[in-house]
Ligand binder design. Structure first.
Ligand SMILES: C[C@](O)(CO)[C@H](O)COP(=O)(O)OP(=O)(O)OC[C@H]1O[C@@H](n2ccc(N)nc2=O)[C@H](O)[C@@H]1O
Ligand SMILES: Nc1ncnc2c1ncn2[C@@H]1O[C@H](COP(=O)(O)OP(=O)(O)OP(=O)(O)O)[C@@H](O)[C@H]1O
Length: 270
């Protein structure tokens, strides 16, 4: 069978503090978007292969299925192939999406032996973003991004610019300094503004750190700002996006610079 594994953007992300476990406390608004990896699942020996040749042991999907075997106390006999369309290290959560999508589908194929709570526990052991993808749509993320609260779905058109640089999430977070931490935010106000379409409240304080590390991200950001858009870095980067359709100027400018452009919209499917 073939299932779609959507990407996400962080419509906003605020760094709130450092945690004892070495992660950062964040407040973020996730939005799944219509850019997909394609996952092919068939019965057979447990293996996970991808078109981008990620070693199986490193693949978040493989890690998740091995954990699932422990929860179930039995082997999982599915062979997985992932056609990657979501660029890696782009702040679009590709690996996390693959992980959650496979957990949901395999659990369904096995007659749903695991509860949503079990799936959440497996997902959060694999990555902070994976829990969101168990829900999809539009959601608020707290904690390290693994405490997810779905909210009213937004129907947005979004233009993504990928400046062809792989931004390691770990590296960006490790560059966070106290000055980037926001001690308090009015999260309810941010959510209500967002639901009213007042997008000027959106920002990404982790994205600002990424721009200092990767000039390519800053260039893409400045390019969109110069054209009058309100760009936001997605997650830890490297993608920069704005809410709206791609104008001819954006398309030409991206092509001239060799950036990849994705015209997507909210994906609120399951
Ligand atoms: C940037 C975001 O993608 C926004 O959605 C997430 O916060 C990161 O989610 P993710 O890619 O699933 O990150 P993980 O794979 O869990 O963590 C990778 C590394 O990023 C850092 N990390 C991640 C999440 C977080 N809240 N604080 C962190 O400091 C940690 O050093 C961690 O070792
Ligand atoms: N199934 C997978 N698909 C993509 N990357 C994977 C996968 N499994 C493991 N990875 C590894 O995880 C790393 C991060 O990939 P991923 O695309 O999830 O993060 P990202 O695009 O940086 O998103 P974010 O910054 O939002 O976490 C990659 O460097 C890749 O090597």
């Amino acid at each position: 069978m073939r299932v779609l594994s959507p990407a996400k953007v962080n419509l906003g992300l605020w760094l709130l503090g450092r945690r004892a476990d070495g992660y950062h406390e964040i407040f973020t608004i996730y939005q799944a978007v219509s850019l997909f990896d394609e996952i092919f699942i068939k019965e057979g020996p447990l293996k996970v292969e991808t078109s981008s040749l990620i070693p199986q042991e490193k693949n978040l999907v493989y890690k998740a299925l091995r954990l699932m075997e422990k929860y179930l106390g039995r082997d999982i006999d599915f062979s997985i192939y992932i056609k990657k369309n979501i660029p890696e290290g782009a702040g679009l959560g590709g690996g996390s999406s693959n992980c959650a999508t496979v957990l949901k589908v395999v659990n369904q194929l096995l007659g749903e032996p695991l509860s949503v709570e079990d799936l959440e526990n497996i997902a959060k052991e694999v990555s902070s973003d994976a829990v969101f993808f168990l829900y999809g749509g539009t959601a608020v993320g707290r904690g390290r991004g693994d405490v997810v609260e779905p909210i009213k779905h937004l129907d947005l058109k979004i233009t993504l610019v990928y400046p062809n640089v792989v931004a390691s999430t770990r590296r960006v977070y490790s560059a966070v300094r106290d000055a980037s931490l926001t001690d308090k935010i009015e999260d309810d106000k941010i959510i209500s503004c967002l639901l009213e379409g007042k997008f000027e409240v959106l920002e990404n304080t982790l994205g600002q750190v990424a721009m200092e590390l990767f000039p390519e991200i800053k260039e893409a950001y400045r390019f969109l700002e110069y054209l009058g858009y309100r760009p936001v870095v997605s997650g830890s980067g490297s993608c920069v996006f704005y809410i709206g359709e791609a104008s001819e100027q954006v398309k030409k400018g991206a092509a001239l610079r060799g950036w990849r452009l994705y015209e997507v919209k909210s994906y609120n499917g399951v």
